[in-house]
Design a binder for this molecule. Structure first.
Ligand code: HEC
Ligand code: HEC
Ligand code: HEC
Ligand code: HEC
Ligand code: HEC
Length: 411
């Protein structure tokens, strides 16, 4: 009786093992890439009218890039990538687009730089699911079309005027307009109300909390969803006194979110550059620096300082206020700066900006307001400070200037 069970178990597990082995042999003999390649050569023979092309032996081609610490095997499936005859084929048989930029393909020979340096993805994998991702234990799935532009900075330090990278320039303009630098640092420049942004993309998936994120567990999706709604993705722990994200919800549209995400991807930390070096000969020559703009007045210069250091992020466009700061006294909003001429002398204003301030709470038993006034002492030069103060003083609304001069003011 007992013996019968063992016998049967033996037979069943034998079949199981056999089936598994069969599957492995089948996968080895007919791997996914072989099917794709065979179809490619069939299409090539049709496209060229040369039947012998259909009999091309199938093989794994790889681009070995020891200098980049990479090996890319995208070619076994994307065989037609540099064959202009395959320009009208469906993917993955199609020739690589030139982005409408003459010279783009010639400037980036795939045999020397591979594919993943621009596209990400798992270079060594020969199964589409693994090569494209996202899969566990591979942190760099294929970038979406909208984000690829973020990887141009791996080699092009300066993308101003670089054809094919206009979206990155647009993204930087949006970053400046919103004043992200008022709360974030880039290579240490800016303020540490939020994290240093050159490190974000290099972080591992485990360093992000995905509990409130909609969609897949990838760094890019976290960043995208966080732009959609920072307070939903980072609600804090109110019971433990940890407030929700202090980052404003900019109500960005989808294109703006993609732009800013590509921009975050384009920032590189020094650590990343040592782990994934780019040999000097593949680095595009740096462009001439853009000259400092000249200003016709101190006020104009001060306005540029206000924008460059991200005061706008907390004090609003032209200092007009309206940025929410939960549980801060006075309307729970960061104060506007258009009235400072009434309450401050120039010297007092400088002191406030130099030293910063923590706001008082509206409800003393509630959480601290997430935003405070950082200290700019070490960040601004004296010349910048002078210009900034001239600008802030000039914001005083015209009609108030007149009332301020009436003798019975405040009586
Ligand atoms: C095993 C075959 C295979 C491998 C290996 C492979 N791909 Fe693909 N790829 C495909 C197929 C098939 C498509 C067509 C669209 C689809 O089925 O997703 C495709 C589509 C694409 C697209 C277009 C995306 C889209 O949605 O239209 C890109 C970009 C791409 N692959 C890049 C890569 C890169 C980079 C690598 C190497 C890291 C790679 N692929 C490796 C099979 C492969
Ligand atoms: C210098 C950067 C760069 C390199 C290197 C590069 N690509 Fe691309 N690739 C791009 C850009 C940019 C696009 C265009 C995205 C778009 O349509 O806006 C693109 C588009 C594609 C597409 C078409 C996507 C579509 O749906 O039209 C495929 C497929 C693709 N690349 C595969 C590859 C493969 C395979 C390699 C390596 C042999 C490679 N690329 C190397 C930058 C690069
Ligand atoms: C592996 C490094 C590398 C990556 C990644 C890379 N490039 Fe390049 N690129 C170069 C080099 C090297 C040259 C040629 C030398 C030069 O012009 O300084 C070049 C030249 C160019 C040129 C033509 C010359 C010029 O400056 O106008 C364009 C356009 C260009 N790249 C666009 C892009 C875009 C867009 C991306 C991102 C999708 C990109 N590159 C990604 C290395 C790279
Ligand atoms: C008022 C301050 C403030 C402003 C302005 C601000 N952020 Fe943030 N940001 C934060 C704080 C605080 C965090 C950390 C909490 C969180 O993840 O929400 C954060 C987190 C982030 C993260 C996640 C980084 C990581 O490594 O975890 C990114 C990306 C980001 N911000 C990008 C931006 C961009 C781009 C802008 C401009 C459009 C911007 N932020 C404006 C305060 C700000
Ligand atoms: C991270 C958000 C944040 C940034 C960035 C920021 N501030 Fe502030 N600022 C505040 C908060 C919050 C207060 C209110 C502090 C309080 O109530 O004591 C404040 C107060 C001030 C005040 C005092 C206003 C008053 O009516 O009492 C001045 C002046 C000021 N900020 C100027 C600036 C300037 C100039 C910059 C850029 C260099 C700047 N702030 C950047 C958050 C910020």
């Amino acid at each position: 009786m007992r013996r019968g069970i063992w016998n049967r178990l033996f037979v069943v597990s034998g079949f199981g093992l056999g089936a598994l082995l069969g599957l492995l042999i089948w996968q080895e003999t007919f791997p996914e890439w072989k099917g794709v390649q065979a179809e490619y050569y069939r299409r090539l023979s049709q496209a060229t009218g040369d039947p012998s092309k259909a009999r091309t032996p199938l093989k794994i081609q790889q681009i070995y890039l020891p200098e980049f610490h990479r090996v890319d095997r995208c070619i076994p499936c994307h065989v037609g990538i540099d064959n202009p005859k395959m320009a009208n084929q469906p993917q993955p048989f199609r020739a690589h687009p030139d982005l409408g930029v003459p010279g783009f393909l010639a400037a980036h020979p795939f045999s020397e730089i591979g594919c993943t340096i621009c596209h990400h993805g798992q270079g060594p994998a020969t199964v589409k699911r693994f090569a494209h991702g996202p899969v566990a234990h591979w942190e760099e799935p294929l970038l979406s079309k909208e984000l690829i532009v973020g990887s141009c900075t791996t080699c092009h330090q300066d993308v101003h005027g670089l054809k094919g990278a206009q979206r990155l320039v647009q993204a930087k303009a949006l970053f400046d307009e919103k004043g992200c630098i008022g709360c974030h640092t880039l290579h240490g420049k800016g303020m540490l109300v939020g994290p240093e942004l050159v490190e974000t993309w290099g972080k591992s998936v485990d360093q992000f909390d995905f509990r409130y994120v909609k969609g897949e567990e990838t760094v890019s999706n976290w960043v995208i969803d966080h732009f959609r709604d920072p307070q939903r993705v980072v609600p804090g722990y109110p019971a433990l006194g940890v407030p929700e994200s202090a980052m404003p919800n900019y109500e960005l549209n989808n294109e703006e979110i993609q732009l800013l995400t590509a921009l975050v991807l384009s920032f590189h930390s020094e650590e990343e550059e040592t782990e994934r070096p780019v040999p000097a000969r593949f680095k595009a020559a740096p462009k001439a620096p853009i000259p400092e703009p000249t200003y016709t007045s101190k006020i104009e210069q001060g306005k540029a300082v206000f924008q460059r250091y991200g005061c706008v992020a907390c004090h609003g466009v032209n200092g007009r206020g309206g940025i929410r700061n939960k549980n801060m006294e006075m309307a729970e909003e960061v104060p506007p700066l258009v009235y400072v001429a009434e309450g401050f002398t120039k010297e007092e204003l400088k002191q406030t900006i130099r030293n910063g301030r923590y706001p008082a709470k509206a409800d003393s038993s509630g959480l601290s307001p997430p935003l405070w006034m950082p200290a700019w002492k070490e960040k601004l030069s004296e010349e910048e400070m002078d210009a900034l103060v001239e600008y802030l003083m000039s914001l005083h609304p015209e009609e108030l200037k007149q009332t301020a001069q009436l003798p019975d003011k405040g009586a």
